[in-house]
Design a protein around this ligand. Structure first.
Ligand SMILES: *[C@@H]1O[C@H](CO)[C@@H](O)[C@H](O)[C@H]1NC(C)=O
Ligand SMILES: *[C@@H]1O[C@H](CO)[C@@H](O)[C@H](O)[C@H]1NC(C)=O
Ligand SMILES: *[C@@H]1O[C@H](CO)[C@@H](O)[C@H](O)[C@H]1NC(C)=O
Ligand SMILES: *[C@@H]1O[C@H](CO)[C@@H](O)[C@H](O)[C@H]1NC(C)=O
Ligand SMILES: *[C@@H]1O[C@H](CO)[C@@H](O)[C@H](O)[C@H]1NC(C)=O
Ligand SMILES: *[C@@H]1O[C@H](CO)[C@@H](O)[C@H](O)[C@H]1NC(C)=O
Ligand SMILES: *[C@@H]1O[C@H](CO)[C@@H](O)[C@H](O)[C@H]1NC(C)=O
Ligand SMILES: *[C@@H]1O[C@H](CO)[C@@H](O)[C@H](O)[C@H]1NC(C)=O
Ligand SMILES: *[C@@H]1O[C@H](CO)[C@@H](O)[C@H](O)[C@H]1NC(C)=O
Length: 298
C-alpha cells in the first residue's frame, strides 16, 4: 500500500445540493508525503428506482420476493434515504461524526446551519447516537452472515450495544457498520425499516437529504503476508449504503435479497482500489436510472 494511507486522514463528505452526476476531486494534495487533506464530492444524486425486498428466502431456496418499484428523485437521491456507514480494514477509526443541515448551499458560507446528530471519539469513549454492528451472526448460504452487535474489537459478537475500543485495528476483509441508536420496529414491508433479517439488532440509518460525515481514521498497511487468503487484501474502505441493504443482506446469494443490485444506493467515500493511483472512488449505481446521468466510477 502506498504511504498516503498510513497517516491520519480527516475526510469531509458533504452531499451537496442541487446537483446531478457524481464527481469528486481532491483538494490540497500534499505532494511530498501524499497526504490528502480533503476529498470533495459534488454532483451526487439522480432519478431512478429500485426494488424493495418484501420477504427474505430461506437458507436453501434463497427465493426473496420484491415489491413494486420505489422511485426516487431530487437532491442526493437515493442517498437522501437513511444510510449506514461501513468500514473495512486495515483500518483504525478514531473519530466519527454525522451532521445535518436544512439550509446548506454549497459555496455560500452564510447558509450553513449544521447540527451534530451523532458522534464517536474512541480516545475518550464518547458516543452519541451510534451503534456498532458487525457480521458475526448466523451464517446463511442465501443471506451471508447476520449482523450482531460488535464487541469492542469491532468484529466479534456482543450481546448489547458496545463501543469500539480505542485504537482498534481491523485487518483486511474485516468490517463493521455504524447505524444510529434508534431501534427499528418489527420487520415488515410497511414498517419504518422495511423487511429485515430475523434476529438481527435492527437500527435506523442516518437520515437527511443534506448530511455531512466526518471521519478521523488510519489505514495502515496490512502486515499479514498471506494475501491470497483474503478477498480484499490491503484494500481498506469507508462507504455508505442505503441502510436497508445490510439489514437484509450485504452480500446476498440472490439479487432480490437486498435492494443493492436494483440500485437503492451505495456511495464509496474512500476506498483503496487495486492498481489505481489515487485510491479513491465513488460509486452511486442504479441499474434503473430514469434520467441518463450515470456517474462513472473513479
Ligand atoms: C449569503 O451570501 C451570499 C453570497 O455568498 C449573498 O449573495 C447573500 O445575500 C447572503 N445572504 C444572507 C442572508 O446574508
Ligand atoms: C487512546 O489511545 C491513544 C493512542 O494510543 C492514547 O494516547 C490515549 O490515551 C488512549 N485513550 C484512552 C482513554 O485510553
Ligand atoms: C441515543 O443517543 C442519544 C444521543 O446520545 C441519547 O440521548 C439517547 O438516549 C440514545 N438512545 C438510546 C436508546 O440509546
Ligand atoms: C445455512 O447455510 C449456512 C452456510 O451454508 C450453513 O452453515 C448453515 O448450517 C445453514 N443453516 C441452516 C439452518 O440450514
Ligand atoms: C440520531 O440519528 C437519527 C437518524 O438520522 C436521527 O433521526 C436522530 O435525530 C439522531 N438523534 C440525535 C439525538 O441526534
Ligand atoms: C493469514 O495468516 C495469519 C498468520 O500469519 C493467520 O492468523 C490468518 O488467519 C491468515 N488469514 C487468512 C484469511 O487465512
Ligand atoms: C427477482 O424477482 C423478480 C420479480 O419477482 C423475478 O422475476 C426474478 O426472477 C427474481 N430473480 C431472481 C434471481 O430470483
Ligand atoms: C492487484 O494488483 C496486482 C498487481 O497488478 C495483482 O497481481 C493482483 O492480483 C491484484 N489483486 C486484486 C485483488 O485485484
Ligand atoms: C454500475 O454501473 C456501471 C456503469 O454503468 C456498470 O458497468 C456496472 O455493471 C454497474 N454495477 C452494478 C452492480 O449495477
Amino acid at each position: 500500500m502506498l504511504p498516503l494511507l498510513s497517516s491520519v486522514l480527516l475526510l469531509f463528505l458533504t452531499l451537496s445540493q442541487n446537483v446531478s452526476g457524481a464527481s469528486n476531486q481532491i483538494i490540497q494534495k500534499r505532494s511530498s508525503n501524499q497526504v490528502y487533506d480533503q476529498i470533495f464530492f459534488s454532483n451526487v444524486g439522480f432519478n431512478g428506482y429500485y426494488s424493495p425486498v418484501t420477504s427474505l428466502g430461506d437458507n436453501d431456496t434463497c427465493s426473496c420476493e420484491i415489491g413494486d418499484n420505489v422511485y426516487f428523485s431530487g437532491t442526493n437521491s437515493p442517498l437522501n434515504e437513511p444510510v449506514s456507514v461501513h468500514f473495512r480494514g486495515p483500518l483504525i477509526l478514531h473519530k466519527f461524526a454525522y451532521y445535518t443541515s436544512d439550509n446548506f448551499i454549497i459555496n455560500e458560507d452564510n447558509s450553513s446551519d449544521w447540527t451534530r446528530d451523532a458522534y464517536f471519539d474512541a480516545a475518550s469513549s464518547a458516543a452519541e447516537n451510534v451503534t456498532f454492528l458487525t457480521k458475526a451472526g448466523d451464517s446463511s448460504a442465501c443471506l451471508g452472515k447476520a449482523l450482531t452487535y460488535a464487541d469492542s474489537d469491532g468484529i466479534s459478537s456482543a450481546t448489547s450495544n458496545t463501543l469500539l475500543g480505542n485504537g482498534t485495528l481491523i485487518t483486511s476483509d474485516q468490517e463493521y457498520v455504524i447505524f444510529s441508536n434508534i431501534s427499528c420496529s418489527k420487520s415488515g414491508f410497511d414498517n419504518d425499516c422495511g423487511v429485515y433479517r430475523d434476529g438481527i439488532p435492527a437500527y435506523h440509518g442516518y437520515y437527511g437529504t443534506t448530511k455531512m460525515f466526518l471521519f478521523e481514521f488510519e489505514m495502515p498497511t496490512e502486515t499479514q503476508k498471506n494475501s491470497s487468503s483474503f478477498s480484499y487484501y490491503d484494500m481498506p474502505a469507508i462507504w455508505l449504503l442505503n441502510a436497508n441493504i445490510p439489514r437484509t443482506s450485504q452480500y446476498p446469494g440472490s439479487v432480490n435479497c437486498s435492494c443493492w443490485a436494483s440500485g437503492c444506493g451505495e456511495f464509496d467515500i474512500f476506498e483503496v482500489m487495486n492498481g489505481t493511483q489515487d485510491r479513491k472512488s465513488t460509486r452511486l449505481n442504479s441499474s434503473h436510472t430514469v434520467v441518463s446521468r450515470m456517474p462513472s466510477s473513479a
